[in-house]
Design a protein around this ligand. Structure first.
Ligand code: LLP
Length: 398
């Protein structure tokens, strides 16, 4: 549905707006490509834990990648089959391991030799067998933002090649774990996915051989997520390059009989279906700058403050009064008492006035999921495009 100030008029701001049509189209196209290239998609729920979104992606047939016990519970609550739930993370608590293991999820992705030992000990104590994959740190530079790089040997994730001998020795002693395969995830917002995937598949193929040579056959190769989206042009480039990614996997991975290839995209599935809609509280002209102060803050969308991330910003109300003077340059800022609470610096926007509705685009991934209540600011409501009438309305004061 086309976003206009008119359709959003009267809704309590700020709010996350999820376009369910974009989400469904994306999911459907990804499903078709996944079938074409024989790839099993697991949605990384951390990108957006909205129950409707998780349920919709599960209904399409995707599994999930979780990183906390509560994400595993969310997935179960959303009807994701237990065998399609994967659970990664360097720091799982005993309770999280116990609950995921006894539920019989597809795999706990163990990230260290010590974790493998603990998973086995918990499973032995309570009399179950835990499915595990081993997360391998492939030491590959994906040339993306340093905060979202996770596949270098200086990062905390996974087991490096030099630890393989110790790991298989431990595996051989663990009677209460079932080795299912290998897991990799190197980074997020990767632009040149084909090149990085080729390198990753090379490392994965060698690791599969190594484990087979030591008595452990790989049933699942999980190549992680990381496909980037176009934050500069969300309207023109809504569907990320899933085909380029899957094709690169298909061409470079060595498939052994009975082996399943998993990927776990988060951002690429949900970023473009979500926007943060916020209202202009004040326009502040100072000697050196003009500020548009909006009612959403870094507590609602932390990516610009946290990573210096770019999100396209648009003034929806100005589109409905085209006769007014055109471009100005503004810093778009939130109400929180931190200078990093800035959604965009030096943005060219139409003349903006109090009460205008602004869209911060491509906020469906790591938007609401990373929100917080710093300074006790509220969590934004969620408005779905197909349930817009159910949105909470604002109470006018003035
Ligand atoms: N699998 C694992 C093990 C991961 O750690 C992640 C993301 C994914 C899959 C999904 O990656 P994606 O396809 O979404 O790139 N908050 C940051 C992104 C952090 C990503 C963390 N791990 C941001 O807002 O850019």
């Amino acid at each position: 549905m086309k976003k206009t100030a008119q359709i959003f008029a009267g809704i309590r701001t700020p709010f996350y707006y999820y376009d369910m049509e974009i989400l469904e189209n994306t999911a459907r196209q990804v499903k078709e490509l996944a079938e074409k290239y024989r790839i099993d998609v697991h949605y990384a729920t951390k990108a957006n834990e909205d129950a409707r979104i998780v349920s919709l992606l599960s209904e399409v047939g995707f599994g999930v990648d979780c990183v906390s016990g509560d994400e595993v519970k969310l997935a179960l609550g959303c009807g994701v089959p237990v065998s399609k739930i994967m659970f990664a993370g360097v720091g799982k608590s005993d309770e999280e391991i116990f609950e995921a293991g006894i539920a019989g999820i597809g795999a706990i992705n163990v990230e260290s030799v010590q974790e493998l030992y603990i998973v086995n000990a918990i499973a032995a104590k309570y009399g179950f067998v835990a499915n595990v994959c081993v997360r391998v740190n492939p030491n590959i530079d994906a040339h993306t933002f340093r905060y979202v790089t996770s596949g270098l040997n200086t990062n905390k994730f996974g087991v490096s090649e030099s630890e393989f001998p110790e790991l298989v020795e431990m595996l051989a002693q663990c009677n209460n774990v079932k080795f299912r395969g290998l897991h990799f995830h190197i980074a997020s917002q990767i632009k040149d996915i084909a090149k990085v995937t080729k390198t990753l598949c090379g490392v994965a193929n060698r690791a599969v051989e190594w484990f087979a040579g030591h008595g452990f056959e790989t049933e699942i190769i999980n190549l992680g997520g990381g496909l980037g989206v176009n934050y500069e042009n969300p309207y023109g480039d809504t569907f990320p390059d899933f085909e380029g990614w899957f094709k690169a996997i298909d061409e470079n991975i060595v498939r052994k009989p009975g082996m399943t290839i998993h990927v776990e995209p988060g951002r690429a599935l949900v970023a473009q279906c979500g926007d943060l809609i916020t209202k202009v509280l004040f326009v502040k002209e100072t000697e050196v700058k003009s500020f548009v102060v909006v009612d959403a803050g870094m507590n609602n969308l932390v990516r610009p403050a946290f990573y210096g991330a770019f999100h396209l910003i648009e003034n929806l109300s100005a589109e409905e009064r085209p006769s007014l003077p055109s471009n100005r340059v503004y810093d778009v800022v939130g109400p929180v008492c931190e200078s990093s609470d800035t959604f965009g610096k030096g943005r060219q926007l139409p003349l903006t006035v109090r009460g205008d509705l602004m869209v911060v685009h491509s906020a469906g991934a790591y938007g609401q999921a990373m929100s917080m209540r710093y300074t006790l600011r509220p969590i934004a409501q969620v408005v779905y495009s197909d349930r817009i009438n159910e949105a909470e309305k604002e109470t006018p004061i003035l």
